[in-house]
Design a protein around this ligand. Structure first.
Ligand code: PMP
Ligand code: GLU
Length: 395
C-alpha cells in the first residue's frame, strides 16, 4: 500500500474475485468473447415476491433511516426461517443484526470480537476476504491447510495442532471456494474444541441452502445451546435468493455481541438499506419463495453434474473437490506440467476467453476455482475451451 496511508491498511489488497468479475464484464462490454466463470454471483433474477416487496417498500415510503440493528420484520422473518431450517430450535429475533451484505456482517463480527494480539484460524483454501477482514481488525489470520483427502476440510486435530493459541475461528460451510460441506459431527467436534478453548467462532453459512445433499447443509444452529455461547452465525439472501445487489446480510450473535455490532454500525452505515430489508424479509418469510429457491438449487445441481461429468470424462486424473454445496468447482492444475493457478487463469482468459479465479486468491495456487452460477450454455462452451487448453498443456 502507498506511503502515508494508515497502518490499518498495511495488508490491504483489493478483492481478486471482485476484480476478475469486473474485468470480465469490462471485456464483454468491449465486445470480447469472454465467458465469466469467475464470479460467485447467481445469474438468476431476484424472485418476484421479494422484488415486488422492495417496490412496495419504496411506494410505502420506507425510504428513511432504518433502525441500526435492522427492521423488526426482517429479524423476525430470519428467526422463523433459521428456526425452521434447524428443526424448530428457538432463534431470538433480537439477536440479529442486519447489514449491507453478509460481507459487512463478517466485518462487524470480526471487528467487534478481534483485535491486536488475537490469532484467528481460517481453514484454507479460504474465501479471499476472510484474511483481509481479520487484518483490518489488526488481529493475525492464520490459514490452516485443509486435507486434500477430505475435501480440503480441516479437522479439530489439525486446528489444535497448528493453533494452540487461537482466539478465533472463521469457518465457511458450504465452502467457498471448494464446495465441500462439513457434516454435523464435524461441526460439533469443532464447536466442542472451540468451547473448551474459549475460541470465538464465526460461522459463515451464506451458502447453507445451496446444498446437494438432503435438506439444508448442517449448521451450527443444529447444535445444542451450550455450544453456541461464543458463536456468531452469518447468513444472507445474496446467494440462495439471487439478491446480491440488494446488499442484505445477517449476523446472529449472543446478545452482547449483537448489541456491540449494532452500535458499531450506528457510526458507520447507520444500518442496511431500508428498502432492501423489506425485500429480504419477504424472501425469508413468504413460503412461496421456497419454490424459487428449490428451482435455482436444482439448476445449480444440474450444472454441477455437467461440470463434474465433463471433467471425469475429458480430463480423467485431474484432482478436484467433490462439490456438495455452494456453486464452485475447485480443481488442481499443477499436474499440467507444474503450472500455477495464476498462470493457468492468465493464459486461459488471454488465449481462450474464459475467466476463472486462481487458487492464489484463496491461499493455494495449485488450484483454480470455477463458478457455475452462470447460464448452462456458457458453462458448456467454457468447458470445451478449458478442456482444449488443459489437453494442450498436458501434451
Ligand atoms: N461469504 C462468502 C463465503 C461469500 O462467498 C460471499 C460472496 N460475496 C459473502 C460472504 C458475501 O456475500 P454478500 O455480502 O453478498 O452477502
Ligand atoms: N463471494 C463471491 C465470490 O467469491 C462474490 C465476489 C466477492 O464478494 O468476493 O466470487
Amino acid at each position: 500500500m502507498s506511503e502515508g496511508l494508515s497502518p490499518n491498511l498495511q495488508h490491504l489488497e483489493p478483492s481478486v474475485t471482485v476484480a476478475i468479475s469486473q474485468e470480465a464484464k469490462r471485456r464483454q462490454a468491449a465486445g470480447e468473447d469472454v465467458i465469466d466463470l469467475g464470479a460467485g454471483e447467481p445469474d438468476f433474477p431476484t424472485p418476484p415476491i421479494p422484488a415486488d416487496a422492495g417496490i412496495k417498500a419504496i411506494r410505502d415510503g420506507k425510504t428513511h433511516y432504518p433502525a441500526n440493528e435492522g427492521i423488526l420484520e426482517l429479524r423476525v422473518a430470519a428467526a422463523k426461517h433459521l428456526s425452521l431450517l434447524s428443526g424448530g430450535r428457538p432463534v431470538n429475533a433480537d439477536h440479529f443484526v442486519v447489514s449491507n451484505g453478509s460481507k459487512q456482517s463478517l466485518f462487524n463480527a470480526c471487528f467487534s470480537l478481534f483485535g491486536p494480539g488475537d490469532v484467528v484460524a481460517i481453514p484454507a483454501p479460504a474465501w479471499v476476504s476472510y484474511p483481509q477482514i481479520v487484518h483490518l481488525t489488526r488481529a493475525r489470520p492464520v490459514l490452516v491447510p485443509g486435507d486434500p483427502e477430505w475435501g480440503l476440510k480441516v479437522s479439530v486435530r489439525e486446528l489444535a495442532r497448528m493453533l494452540p493459541a487461537a482466539t478465533g475461528l472463521l469457518l465457511c460451510s458450504p465452502c467457498n471456494p471448494t464446495g465441500s460441506v462439513y457434516t454435523h459431527a464435524e461441526l460439533k467436534a469443532i464447536a466442542q474444541w472451540a468451547r473448551e478453548r474459549n475460541v470465538w467462532v464465526i460461522t459463515d453459512e451464506i451458502y447453507r441452502r445451496i446444498h446437494y445433499g438432503t435438506g439444508p447443509a448442517p449448521s451450527f444452529l443444529d447444535l445444542p445451546d451450550e455450544l453456541l455461547a461464543r458463536v456468531v452465525v452469518i447468513y444472507g439472501v445474496s446467494k440462495a435468493y439471487a439478491m446480491t445487489g440488494w446488499r442484505i446480510g445477517l449476523a446472529l450473535a449472543p446478545a452482547a455481541v449483537a448489541k456491540a455490532m449494532a452500535a458499531l454500525q450506528s457510526h458507520t452505515t447507520t444500518g442496511a438499506n431500508h428498502i432492501a430489508q423489506y425485500a429480504a424479509a419477504a424472501a425469508l418469510d413468504d413460503e412461496r419463495v421456497e419454490q424459487d429457491v428449490a428451482r435455482m438449487v436444482a439448476e445449480f445441481r444440474r450444472r454441477r453434474d455437467i461440470v463434474v461429468g465433463r471433467f471425469r470424462q475429458a480430463l480423467p486424473g485431474v484432482e478436484f473437490v467433490d462439490p456438495l454445496g455452494a456453486f464452485y468447482f475447485f480443481f488442481r492444475v499443477d499436474s499440467f506440467g507444474g503450472i500455477s493457478g495464476t498462470r493457468f487463469c492468465t493464459r486461459l482468459v488471454g488465449e481462450y476467453g474464459v475467466a476463472l479465479v486462481p487458487g492464489a486468491a484463496f491461499g493455494d495456487d495449485r488450484w483454480v476455482r470455477l463458478s457455475y452460477a452462470t447460464a448452462t450454455p456458457d458453462i458448456t462452451r467454457a468447458l470445451d475451451r478449458i478442456v482444449d487448453f488443459a489437453k494442450k498443456l498436458a501434451d
